[in-house]
Design a protein around this ligand. Structure first.
Ligand code: KG4
Ligand code: ZN
Length: 329
C-alpha cells in the first residue's frame, strides 16, 4: 500500500492508496480553521497547524484503511509547489516514516496530484486527455500524453480562478473560502442580471485572466449603497460566479477541440463548483467528449490524489531521499 501525505497549503492530509493508484482505502483531511478570521491562508499559521495535526491524521488514515504501517510499501508526499513551510512539515514527516521503516519515498508534484484524482474517480481512465486545474493558487490547462507527460497549454496571466472567487467573496462580505460562499449566496440569484467581463475570449488563446473581473465587481459595488448591495447580493454573486464558470468551460472545451482530446479532466478546488460541473456536463455531452470530474472531496486538496499520482512519479529508494527538499514553485 502507498501511504500518501499532503501539506502544501491549509489542509493536513493523509491517505492510503492501493499500489496501482486507482483506489483509495482512506482519505483523511483536516481543514485548518485558524485562517478564516484573516480572510486568507497565513503561511506560518499553516506550518504550525500541520505540525500539530499531521501525526493524528496519518494514524487515522491507517486505521480508516484498516491496515498497520507494516503493510505500507512506500510513502508518497507532495514536495512542490506550495507554501514552503507547510510543505516542509509533510516532507520531513514522510522522510522520517520511510526511513524508520526502510521504505522508498515518492515525491509528488501537487498539480500532477490534482490531475491524478481523475484516476480515482474513473479507474479505467487512460491518457491522452486535456486537464484543467483550477484551484486557489493555480489555473492552467494541460494536455496529458499517452505516456502521461503533462504539457502546459495555457494558464492564468494574473489571479487563479479560486483566488478570483475568494477575492470576490471578500468584496461581497461573504466568508472564506470564497468559492463555496459565492455559490451559496448565488443560489437564488439571476446569473444574467450583471454583465461581468470574460477575458481573453479569443478563439485560440488558451490563457486566462481574472483580474478584470475583480475590478469590474469593485466598480459595481462602488456605485451602490449598502442596502442595494444587500438586495442585489444573490444576483451579483450569481453573475460573478457565472463569469468564472464561462471562462473555465470555454477554454477547456477549446483546448479539447484544438488537441483532438477524447476526454477532459477537471481538477482542483474550483472543480467542486456545482455550476461549473453542470455546465461542463451539458457541453461535453453535446461535443461527444468524455468528462471526468472527481467528486468534490477529491477536487479540493487531499492526499488520496497524491497517492494516485505516485505510480507515475519517480521513486527514490531507501535511504537516498534524506537530502530531498521541498520547493515553493
Ligand atoms: O485545490 P484547493 O483545495 O487548494 C489549492 O491548491 O488552492 O482549492 C481551493 C480553492 C479556493 O479558492 C476555494 O474558494 C475554491 O477552491 N473552491 C471552490 C469550491 N470549493 C472550493 N470554488 C468554487 N466552488 C466550490 N464549491
Ligand atoms: Zn490544490
Amino acid at each position: 500500500m502507498i501511504l500518501a501525505i499532503e501539506t502544501s497549503c491549509d489542509d493536513t492530509c493523509a491517505a492510503v492508496v492501493e499500489p496501482d493508484g486507482r483506489r483509495a482505502l482512506s482519505n483523511v483531511v483536516h481543514t485548518q480553521t485558524e485562517h478564516a478570521r484573516y480572510g486568507g491562508v497565513v503561511p506560518e499559521v499553516a506550518s504550525r497547524a500541520h505540525l500539530e495535526r499531521l501525526d493524528g491524521v496519518v494514524e487515522r488514515s491507517l486505521s480508516d484503511a484498516n491496515i498497520s504501517l507494516d503493510e505500507v510499501s512506500s510513502v508518497a508526499v507532495t514536495t512542490r509547489p506550495g507554501l514552503i513551510g507547510a510543505l516542509l512539515v509533510g516532507v520531513a514527516a514522510a522522510k522520517g516514516l520511510a526511513y524508520a521503516r526502510g521504505l522508498s519515498l515518492v515525491p509528488v508534484n501537487h498539480l500532477e496530484g490534482h490531475v491524478a484524482a481523475a484516476y480515482l474517480a474513473d479507474p479505467e481512465l487512460e491518457p491522452p486527455f486535456v486537464a484543467l486545474i483550477a484551484s486557489g493558487g493555480h489555473t492552467a490547462l494541460y494536455s496529458v500524453d499517452a505516456d502521461r507527460k503533462m504539457h502546459l497549454l495555457g494558464e492564468t496571466l494574473d489571479d487563479a480562478a479560486g483566488e478570483a472567487l475568494d477575492k470576490g467573496a471578500r468584496m461581497l462580505g461573504l466568508g472564506f473560502p470564497g468559492g463555496p460562499a459565492i455559490s451559496k449566496a448565488a443560489r437564488e440569484g439571476d446569473r444574467d442580471r450583471y454583465d461581468f467581463p470574460v477575458a481573453l475570449k479569443g478563439r485560440d488563446d488558451l490563457n486566462f485572466s481574472f483580474s478584470g473581473l475583480k475590478t469590474s465587481l469593485l466598480y459595481k459595488l462602488k456605485a451602490m449603497d449598502e442596502e442595494q448591495v444587500r438586495e442585489e447580493l444573490p444576483h451579483l454573486a450569481a453573475s460573478y460566479e457565472a463569469a468564472v464558470v464561462e471562462a473555465l468551460s470555454r477554454k477547456l472545451l477549446r483546448a479539447a477541440d484544438l488537441h483532438d482530446a477524447p476526454a477532459v479532466v477537471v481538477a482542483g478546488g474550483v472543480a467542486a463548483n456545482a455550476s461549473l460541473r453542470s455546465t461542463l456536463e451539458a457541453e461535453c455531452a453535446e461535443a461527444g467528449t468524455t468528462l471526468v470530474v472527481p467528486p468534490p472531496d477529491l477536487c479540493t486538496d487531499n492526499a488520496a490524489m497524491i497517492g494516485a499520482a505516485a505510480p507515475y512519479s519517480t521513486v527514490i529508494a531507501y535511504p537516498e531521499y534524506l537530502s530531498l527538499n521541498a520547493r515553493s514553485v
